[in-house]
Design a protein around this ligand. Structure first.
Ligand code: GLY
Ligand code: MN
Ligand code: MN
Length: 439
C-alpha cells in the first residue's frame, strides 16, 4: 500500500525546520536505539518520533544532521552500511546510497564514520540544535564531538558556542497536522474503532479481560496496524476505576461494565479511543445514569473544540457537564457553582479532558504560550476523554454507584469551523452500543 506520508513531505518538513534555524547552525537528531528485552531478544523496534517526522527512515543506528546552506547537501544522514551477510539474518538495510535514492536525503555516510565526519560539519557553526537532555547517551555523544573540535582549536577549529533545545521549533511543527497526516490518523482511528466494535461483540461470550485485548490486537494487525499506540487498557468492573490498568487478567463478570482504552499505531501515528460498555450487553440503571453524564460531558467538550477557543475550553465544558450530572444524581450535595469552585468533582474525575495526539499518543506541542492557554487552530489533533470513576471504597456515596468507572474518548482534529471526529466508527450512544452487542 502507498504510504500516507510521501517522501516529498519529509523533505518539506526538513526545509521548514531549516527555515527557522539560524543560518550558521546545525541540527542533530538521532534514531531510536534498539532495546534489549531479555538476553539476545530485542523489543520490537519503534523509531524515535522526531527522527521519524523528519526522515521516515525506519532503522536504528542512524543520525540526521540538518545543515542550512551546506554546499553538498543540507540534509545528511548517517546510517548502517549494506551488508549482505547481516541482511540475510536481520533483514534489509537501506545503506547510505538507499538513504539518498529511496528516502530523498541530500547526502549520506556510514554511521561507522560519524566520529570522523560529523565534527567537521559542526565545526564553524555557531549554534547546535539538538534534543538537549532527552537521552543521556546522545548528550554524551554530542559532547564527544564537541571535544574533538576543541582539541583542534590551535589549528584554527571553531567549536560552537551555543547549544539550543531543538524541541521548541520542531514540536511546534509537529503540532499542526498536514492533510496526509490527518489521513493516516483517520485510518488509524477507523481501524481502532473497528477493534472496539469487535471487542464489544466478543464481550458477550464472557471470558477474561485479555480475551478482549486479544480481539483488539487481532483487529489492529488484520488491518496492517502492527502495533498498539500504547498498552491496551481492558478493565472490567472496578478495574475500570484504575486509570492506567494494563494487567487485563481478571474474569469478566455479567452485570459489570468493561472500560477499554486502546488504539493502534499506523505509520507511527497514534489513535486513542475509550469505550465503556456492559459485559451483558445491557446497562443497569445506575450504569446508564452515570454513562449519560459522561456522554453529555464528552459532547459538550467536543462542541468546544473549534478555532478561537483555547486549549482549556473543552476541559471547562466537560467539568461543568460532569459536575452538573453529579449534582443532579446526588453524588455532590452542593450547588453547581459551589461544586465547581470547590472542585468537588475531583474524587470522581481526576485527569484532564484530553491531550495532543500525533506521532506520540501524548503528543508534543505546548499547551500554554506566554502563560496563556493555547488557542486552537485548524490541523491540531487532540483527544476528548472525560470520565467518572466512583471508587469502590467511597462510602460517602450511595452504594449503587460504587465501583463504576466510565470514560468515553474520541480523537478529533480542529477544522476551519469546528472539529472532525476521527474515531466515530464505534458507537457511544447507549442504544447503539446495546444494538451492536445484541447483533
Ligand atoms: N490511553 C492513554 C490516554 O488516554 O491518555
Ligand atoms: Mn486513551
Ligand atoms: Mn488519551
Amino acid at each position: 500500500m502507498k504510504p500516507f506520508i510521501p517522501m516529498s513531505e519529509f523533505a518539506d518538513r526538513r526545509r521548514r525546520l531549516m527555515e527557522q534555524m539560524a543560518p550558521d547552525s546545525i541540527a542533530i537528531v538521532a534514531a531510536a536505539p534498539e532495546r534489549t528485552r531479555n538476553r539476545d531478544v530485542l523489543h520490537p523496534f519503534r523509531q524515535d518520533s522526531d527522527f521519524q517526522y523528519l526522515t521516515g527512515f525506519g532503522e536504528s543506528d542512524a543520525v540526521l544532521a540538518l545543515i542550512p546552506g551546506r554546499e553538498h547537501g543540507e540534509s545528511v544522514l548517517f546510517c548502517k552500511e549494506r551488508n549482505p551477510e547481516k541482511e540475510l539474518w536481520d533483514g534489509f538495510l537501506a545503506g547510505p546510497e538507499g538513504a539518498i535514492e529511496r528516502f530523498g536525503l541530500d547526502d549520506a555516510f556510514p554511521i561507522a564514520d560519524i566520529d570522523e565526519i560529523l565534527p567537521g560539519m559542526i565545526e564553524g557553526r555557531s549554534r547546535v540544535y539538538y534534543p538537549l537532555g532527552k537521552d543521556q547517551a546522545f548528550d554524551t555523544q554530542v559532547m564527544d564531538w564537541i571535544h574533538i573540535i576543541r582539541s583542534k582549536v590551535r589549528s584554527g577549529a571553531q567549536p560552537p558556542g551555543e547549544f539550543v533545545a531543538l524541541e521548541h521549533m520542531l514540536h511546534d511543527l509537529r503540532l499542526y497536522k498536514s492533510a496526509n497526516e490527518i489521513k493516516a490518523m483517520a485510518r488509524a482511528g477507523e481501524i481502532s474503532a473497528q477493534a472496539h466494535c469487535n471487542a464489544m461483540v466478543r464481550a458477550r461470550q464472557g471470558g477474561h479481560e485479555y480475551n478482549l485485548e486479544a480481539t483488539l490486537i487481532h483487529t489492529f494487525m488484520e488491518h496492517g496496524a502492527r502495533s498498539t499506540a500504547y498498552p491496551s487498557i481492558v478493565g472490567g468492573g472496578t478495574n475500570g476505576c484504575i486509570l492506567h490498568y494494563i494487567e487485563n487478567s481478571a474474569p469478566l463478570a455479567e452485570g459489570d461494565l468493561v472500560l477499554i482504552d486502546a488504539g493502534c499505531e499506523l505509520e507511527c501515528y497514534a489513535s486513542d479511543i475509550t469505550r465503556t460498555f456492559p459485559v451483558s450487553g445491557r446497562f443497569s440503571e445506575p450504569q446508564r445514569a452515570l454513562y449519560e453524564v459522561v456522554l453529555a460531558a464528552q459532547y459538550a467538550a467536543i462542541d468546544a473544540v473549534r478555532p478561537g477557543n483555547h486549549w482549556n475550553h473543552p476541559h471547562e465544558a466537560a467539568l461543568r457537564a460532569l459536575t452538573q450530572g453529579l449534582v443532579d444524581l446526588g453524588l455532590i450535595n452542593l450547588s453547581l457553582d459551589d461544586a465547581l469552585a470547590q472542585e468537588a468533582y475531583r474524587p470522581f474525575f481526576m485527569h484532564r479532558t484530553g491531550h495532543w495526539l500525533g506521532l506520540d499518543v501524548h503528543d508534543v506541542g505546548d499547551y500554554k504560550v506566554g502563560g496563556a492557554w493555547r488557542v486552537l487552530e485548524p490541523g491540531m489533533a487532540l483527544t476528548v476523554e472525560p470520565g467518572l470513576y466512583i471508587a469502590p471504597g467511597n462510602t460517602e456515596v450511595n452504594e449503587q454507584w460504587r465501583g463504576i468507572g466510565i470514560r468515553i474518548e474520541d480523537d478529533v482534529v480542529v477544522t476551519k469551523d469546528g472539529c472532525r471526529v476521527l474515531s466515530d466508527g464505534v458507537p457511544k450512544e447507549i442504544s447503539e452500543i446495546e444494538a451492536l452487542m445484541a447483533s
